[in-house]
Write a protein that binds this ligand. Structure first.
Ligand SMILES: Cc1ncc(C[n+]2csc(CCOP(=O)(O)OP(=O)(O)O)c2C)c(N)n1
Ligand code: SF4
Ligand SMILES: [Mg+2]
Length: 309
């Protein structure tokens, strides 16, 4: 007979439970997406000791503080270059960026299109809650036209970005969009994204009842889930540019792109620099970097007078 430990949650080994309760509002979708991400990791046997989560600033960015792995809560708009740098130096690690739509597509917009263009081997999960949640609900590049925000009190007059479409045409290897209601499909899609070599991107439409929903006739968190249920149409491998989201209209979710494997940014860096490393393997190169990092750390301690001489 199997014994179930009732005082243990299946994801306890992936969470810093001592940090709970979390900061997110009730009805927020971020926790649902984080749960799907951690279950995907667990399902494919991804080792938390070999996985890094990088986030920027925002409600979504707080996720990095709750996961039991090396995680970095970087500056607003900069998680992508931070993650690309980690992966370039340590190609043996799995690197995920988990951050918000404002962080990744407003202030960080250039970084994400260029990381996709370079086919950097990282996985990016974006919570698209149509708003800057953490700072109280300002207009984001994802706010639907006519959407009411604190900085568009009469309604948004701008066309939002189609995030999945933008990343797909920029050169990514894997692109999908789901909502926080499509929990199982989202989980499976994140599994694929994590396994994919090259730039993989999963956009998740997610309710922010506090900063977006209550100003846009979706005061109750369930209202936005109903909107997702009524308007999300599952279609795979579409022309990514068809993925626009317009108020009160149906929108497409699904796997937009699952491209043939191509050399990654890190593969090309390795090809270019391997002569410098005497044609050793990537693993040996990583060992070389770690070894030299230790020397550099010692040197910096000596220079700053903090270390042994
Ligand atoms: C350089 C810089 N600019 C602006 C801010 C203020 N700021 C913090 S979070 C945020 C937006 C958050 O929106 P999003 O990335 O969509 O995350 P959410 O809170 O919606 O999950 C802004 C503008 C900041 N912290 N740093
Ligand atoms: S403000 Fe919005 S995004 Fe932030 S925790 Fe609350 S519901 Fe979630
Ligand atoms: Mg947001």
């Amino acid at each position: 007979m199997s014994v179930v430990q009732a005082n243990m949650h299946p994801l306890d080994n992936y969470l810093r439970t001592e940090r709970l309760p979390h900061v997110w509002c009730s009805g927020c979708g971020i926790g649902t997406v984080l749960g799907a991400y951690l279950r995907a990791m667990k399902n494919i046997g991804m080792d938390p000791e070999k996985t890094i989560m990088v986030s920027g600033i925002g409600c979504t960015g707080r996720a990095a503080g709750y996961v039991k792995m090396d995680s970095f809560h970087t500056t607003h708009g900069r998680p992508i270059p931070f993650a690309v740098g980690i992966k370039a130096a340590r190609p043996d690690l799995n690197v995920t960026v988990f951050s918000g739509d404002g962080d990744l597509f407003a202030i960080g917009g250039n970084h994400i299109i260029h990381a996709a263009r370079r086919n950097a081997d990282i996985t990016v999960i974006t919570i698209n809650n149509f708003i800057y949640g953490m700072t109280g609900g300002q207009l984001a590049p994802t706010t639907p036209e006519t959407g009411i925000t604190t900085t568009s009190p009469y309604g948004n007059v701008e066309s939002p970005f189609n995030l999945a479409g933008l990343v797909a045409v920029s050169g990514a290897s894997y692109v999908a969009r789901w909502t926080s209601l499509h929990v199982r499909r989202l989980e499976k899609s994140i599994e694929k994204a994590l396994k994919k070599r090259g730039f993989s991107f999963v956009e998740v439409l997610s309710p922010c009842p506090t900063a977006y929903g209550r100003r846009n006739r979706m005061r109750d968190p369930v209202d936005m889930l109903k909107y997702f249920q009524e308007h999300a149409v599952v279609k795979h491998h579409i022309n990514p540019l068809e993925g626009v989201i317009e108020p009160d209209k149906d929108f497409i979710v699904g796997e937009f792109l699952d491209a043939e494997e191509e050399p990654t940014f890190e593969d090309k860096l390795w090809e270019m620099t391997k002569k410098e490393f005497l044609y050793t393997s990537q693993a040996e190169r990583t060992a070389w970097i770690l070894e030299h990092r230790r020397h550099l750390e010692t040197l910096s301690k000596i220079i700053s007078g903090r270390g042994e001489r």
